[in-house]
Design a protein around this ligand. Sequence first.
Ligand code: KG4
Ligand code: ZN
Length: 337
Amino acid sequence: MNILALESSCDDTCAAVIGADGHIRSNLISSQGAHDRFGGVVPEIASRQHLELVNLIVAQACSEAGVTLDEVGLVAATQGPGLVGALLVGLCTAKALAAGRELPFAPVDHLQGHVAANFLGDSFEPPFLCLIASGGHTLLVHVKEHEGYVVLGRTLDDAAGEAFDKVARVLGLPFPGGPHIDRVALEGNRELVAFPRGKSDDGSLDFSFSGLKTAVARWVEARERAGELVPIAHVAASFQEAVVDVLTMKAIAACQAHGVDYLVIGGGVAANSRLRAVAEQRCEAAGITLRVPRPGLCTDNGAMVAALGTRLVEAGLPPSELDFPADPSLPITEVKV
Ligand code: KG4
Ligand code: ZN
């Protein structure tokens, strides 16, 4: 049985087809360049672009996978969290496909989808600790069993990806800023500025990135006021180090506090090369097994939605009725896995 999955929670229109064994047959992502000049996602533009792209992307995903809709046995789509207008486009398209073809339907939690990207074609066995870091969320969750995710910590203000995007803007780098900071930082000195590590010594598992973002902006403004050249690579590397330091430190502290020796990372920020390297070093030193999807599966995509859809079916959950709404603030613990 093939699974067709749609993801449209933010500005990427995504469709994927995966086989019953988890093999990715196609995974198409259309990123909307329309937001670049605004320096952030404009919800109304995102919805309209999804509408224009969604049928095309679904058709391309099927054709690239070499399957017709007759060969699809399950449809999955992101129910939330995300931008409501954007979610509605993918969700309604997927529901219409399921209704028209009388196919079972699996609604998917976007954040759990980021976790499931780690388990494509592989067993999905708790317990593990999970760090989810994306443009909209930063969470530490304990997945004790398939029945639910327990949130141990979360950001109290900006998400990690949001901090990357805002700092990139201060440095004059394009949106979304994460990949640009990652690239520019390769040439920078990460120890040039010791930017603040929010909430790093309060013993909690929560995060705070807005003070860091402001500290970078003030540092850059001071250089500009003095008529000095801003060393973009060094600032990017020093900022990135502060984010990576606190994310990895808290993830490992969470594992140790809860007696878990298995850490899973997901979400767009998990594509960050420095985060991957530091997480690997620190997990190895702490005797923790680390799992991170390949970079292309960290940012939003349809395969991660399909992965969780498969898992829901394997768990024997009955296919969903189609009369439920998109949920822009779907809380992660409410969806049973
Ligand atoms: O998971 P995602 O694709 O969308 C949301 O669910 O939000 O995450 C997008 C976020 C953006 O803030 C983007 O700047 C960040 O992930 N991101 C990165 C990298 N690639 C994407 N941040 C740091 N380094 C990267 N290489
Ligand atoms: Zn995401």
